[in-house]
Structures are given as C-alpha cells and as structure tokens.
Write a protein that binds this ligand. Structure first.
Ligand code: G6P
Length: 367
C-alpha cells in the first residue's frame, strides 16, 4: 500500500514522527535476541579482511557517511575515506586492495552513486550497500546488502532514512570493533544499550514539538543561518543546514565549531542566528568558548544540548532546546530530530512546499 499522511499535514512530518518506531525496528534487525550484541540478519561480513573503508553517497546519505567515519575510526580503528559520488566517479581514484566500499542510498537509484559503485566493481575487495529500497539497482549490484528498514519515504528531504542509515552504520561499526578486538562484550553491550535508548529519547523530543513553533517563527525572519558542531556532531551541523536550505530556502551553512574563527565568524552579527548542536561531551567546554566568541560579536545563539550542557553553558544564550541525555556515541542520531524539526517548522512558517521543495527531486537518477 502506498503511504498516506495519516494525521499529519505533510509526509515529512509523518516521517519525522515515525522515527522512534522505525529506528527500533531497524535496531531489532541488527541485534541479538538478548539485545546485548550486534547480530546481522543473515549476512556474513568479516571486517578483519579489510584495511580500509571507502564510503560514497550523495546528499543526506553522504552526511550519514561522515558520522559513520567517526564511529568506524574511533571504535574499530579502521580508516575511512568518504566522497560525494559525483566527484568520486570521475576522479578515478586508485583503490588499495583490501578495501571495503560502502554505498549509502535511500532510493538505491541515485545515478552518481550507482556509477561510483560500478567503478569499484573489480577494484574493491567487496561492495556493500546500505539501502532502503531492496529492489534497487544499488542493492542488486552489491555483494553485501544492509537494509535500513525505514519504510517508504515520500518527503523529498530525507529524515527517517537518515536516522535508520545511522542506526545500521553504528551497528556495523560496533561489529567491526568487536571483530578487530577493540571492544569486549561488556563494552559492546553498553554501546548497543545506548542505541536502544535513542527511540524513547526521540519520542520525548517529539512530545515537546510545540516549542519549535515560536522559535522557528524567529528563525524564519533570518536570511542566513549558521550551524555549528564538533566531532560526530559536525556532520549533523551540515545536515541541519542542508535540511533548512532545502525546504525553507533560507541560506544556511554548517561548520565545524573549531573552524569558526577561520572564516564564518566574519559573518556574525545579530541578524545571523547560530545554531549549536552540542551534547555535553568531552569537547563541550571548547564549544562554550566558541559560543562566547559569537556572543561577544553580538551573535544570537540557539544551543541544542542536554541539561548538563545547559548548566555548563555561559549566560547570554538567545534560545535553547533541551534534549534528553544520551551516550555521546548515539547523540548524532538523536540530534537529527531537532535539526529536522527546526527545518520543518521554519518551512511551515514560511509556507513553502515542504514535501516537494522547488528544484529538488526525491531520487536523482540523471547526472
Ligand atoms: C536527493 C534527495 C536527498 C537525498 C539524495 C540522495 O538529493 O533530495 O534527500 O539525500 O538525493 O539520495 P539517495 O536515494 O541516494 O539516498
């Protein structure tokens, strides 16, 4: 049956709200019955056979790869290279033997991603696909297929596919870490339990959706917005900016918080809201000083963090959003939700066509 919007005004809203359910289901497909370890659904993969991972994708799927790079490198100590498919395919990069190539695509039909996959055929040791549509070309042409189980996604701006891509990539990174002898069973159980905690935390964020209306009314007046994040939250800053520009047509840029002083700080004044995605983690104090630099120049900060982050942040924030505390490992999955809601409610305030934004297509099957 084709998806309908149910009680929601837009497919995007419906798909944002489905995330606790679809993420739980995706996770159940990648964990053992006792929920203490990763277990793949009938797929055998041995990461000890690979020296490196190359990940190729477009759009939001490409940003999921950037989060996964932090996980694979930090947990499993496997070096990861990432590229957008349109650049990768024409660059004709040399491919080291013992490379695992991973192609991430919601539709499985993106022309550039498929062409990049065909380039890797015969060059990489194995080709894996992380896809939503199992009957797709990318799934058919891969050696290993990892379904993300997001269900049909209709909104052009990808939401639930992104968080399900992250869920599957996190499970793969945990598996790789175990196979490489980097984590023991107790640590694996902790990481899996951190993943298990995300759907309920997402549901809590969604239960307080009313706070986004007034906030996004303010945001809708801006013509430029900056998103900042550090570590695995840096790709989330890029995703927050991508979502906002796609559906609200407000110019937005994502930056690594530490890069602020190398350029974007020149743009800061009271007209440019700065959205900081920063769970209270080991790097939080660095982010606090970045926020002070912005505020010292009259910039307005919207801080998205948890209770501990709010108490460690300095005075003078313009706005804040408080999220439930989660293990920093899974924060990129949870923080996707406020990033999506900020874009969604800003677009609704502006009255743009949320599900069919101008000039964009759900699946880009031409170059
Ligand atoms: C288009 C869509 C994006 C999507 C990208 C990659 O640009 O509008 O939402 O992230 O394609 O699509 P894929 O199906 O390969 O994930």
């Amino acid at each position: 049956a084709y998806a309908d919007k149910g009680v929601h005004k837009h497919f995007m809203a419906k798909e944002i709200h489905e995330q606790p359910t679809v993420m739980s289901y995706a996770l159940s497909q990648y964990t053992a019955a006792d929920r203490a370890a990763v277990a793949l659904p009938g797929i055998a993969v041995d990461f000890t056979g690979f020296d490196r991972v190359v990940m190729v994708a477009c759009g939001t799927a490409h940003l999921a790869c950037h989060v996964a790079k932090y996980w694979f490198e930090q947990l499993a100590r496997i070096p990861v290279e990432i590229e957008v498919a349109s650049e990768f395919r024409y660059r004709e990069p040399p491919v080291a033997p013992r490379t695992l190539a991973i192609f991430v695509s919601q539709s499985g039909e993106t022309a550039d991603t498929l062409a990049a996959l065909r380039y890797m055929r015969g060059r990489a040791a194995a080709i894996a696909a992380v896809v939503n549509v199992l009957e797709s070309s990318i799934a058919r042409e891969s050696d290993l297929v990892f379904p993300i189980h997001a269900g049909v996604e209709v909104g052009v701006a990808s939401t639930k596919a992104f968080t399900c891509q992250l869920t599957v990539l996190a499970a793969l990174a945990i598996l790789a870490a175990r196979q490489n002898g980097r984590i023991d069973a107790a640590r694996e159980a902790e990481l899996v339990s951190a993943l298990e905690s995300v759907p309920a935390a997402m549901a809590q964020v969604l239960a307080h959706e009313e706070v986004y209306g007034p906030l996004c009314w303010e945001l809708s007046k801006a013509s430029d917005v900056l998103f900042l994040g550090r570590g695995a939250m840096y790709p989330l800053a890029l995703e927050g900016a991508l979502k906002l520009k796609e559906i609200s047509y407000i110019h937005a840029e994502g930056y690594a918080s530490g890069e602020l002083k190398h350029g974007p700080i020149a743009l800061i004044d009271e007209t440019v809201p700065v959205i900081v995605l920063a769970p209270s983690d080991a790097l939080f104090d660095k982010t606090v000083s970045n926020m002070q630099e912005v505020m010292a120049r009259g910039g307005r900060i919207l801080l998205v963090t948890d209770q501990a982050g709010l108490s460690r942040a300095s005075e003078g924030l313009w706005q804040s959003l408080r999220l439930p505390p989660v293990d920093p490992f899974v924060a990129p999955i949870l923080y996707a939700v406020p990033a999506q809601l900020l874009a969604y409610h800003t677009a609704v305030t502006k009255g743009t066509d949320v599900d069919q934004p101008r000039n964009l297509a759900k699946s880009v099957t031409v170059e």
